[in-house]
Design a protein around this ligand. Structure first.
Ligand code: FEO
Length: 171
């Protein structure tokens, strides 16, 4: 059994990961609505990754005999006014999620909960990649996204992203 502090934090994190999936689906829908189907695809795949993150936390709780409490998932309500805006929001959101993961990581270390500490290693690394991906998207949009041909090429590139299961597998 894990310490209650860790159980509560992971329950919250499950909700945050599902919310991330919702947020990215909302962004995906925005791009599809504006005929940028490559951007729409990229964020739909990203939403699947977020669902995977939630499921990994759920599996970890189940493996440790912890009670899982599912909370309501807030609806993302933001309306976007230009194509760059969601990209900036995503970067800020990933930085926020990194803080949440680091907070659990720090608590696990304080409590000498080395099992959780080790489990979270994958998420610490994943957050580094998530932030880099978000930052790369912003930079490439700034370079190419403000004129039609560049936007078309970028959209075509993002259309090629395919879903792959996470490299972390819990039995
Ligand atoms: Fe689950 Fe994008 O972090």
């Amino acid at each position: 059994m894990l310490d209650k502090t860790i159980v509560d934090l992971i329950n919250t994190q499950i909700n945050k990961e599902f919310y991330s999936a919702y947020l990215y689906l909302n962004i995906s829908n925005y791009y599809y609505d504006n005929n940028l189907n490559g951007f729409g695809n990229w964020f739909k795949v990203q939403a699947q990754e977020e669902r995977d993150h939630a499921m990994l936390f759920i599996q970890y709780m189940q493996n440790n005999g912890c009670k899982i409490v599912l909370e309501p998932i807030a609806a993302p309500t933001k309306e976007y006014s230009d194509f760059a805006e969601p990209l900036n929001d995503v970067y800020a959101h990933e930085q926020y999620v990194t803080k949440l993961i680091h907070n659990i990581y720090g608590e696990a270390l304080n409590l000498k909960d080395f099992r959780t500490f080790q489990f979270l290693d994958w998420f610490v690394q994943e957050q580094g990649e998530e932030e880099k991906n978000a930052d790369d998207l912003i930079k490439r949009f700034e370079l190419f996204g403000h004129e039609a041909k560049g936007l078309y090429m970028l959209d075509s590139e993002l259309a090629a992203r395919v879903y792959s299961a996470p490299s972390l597998v819990l039995d």
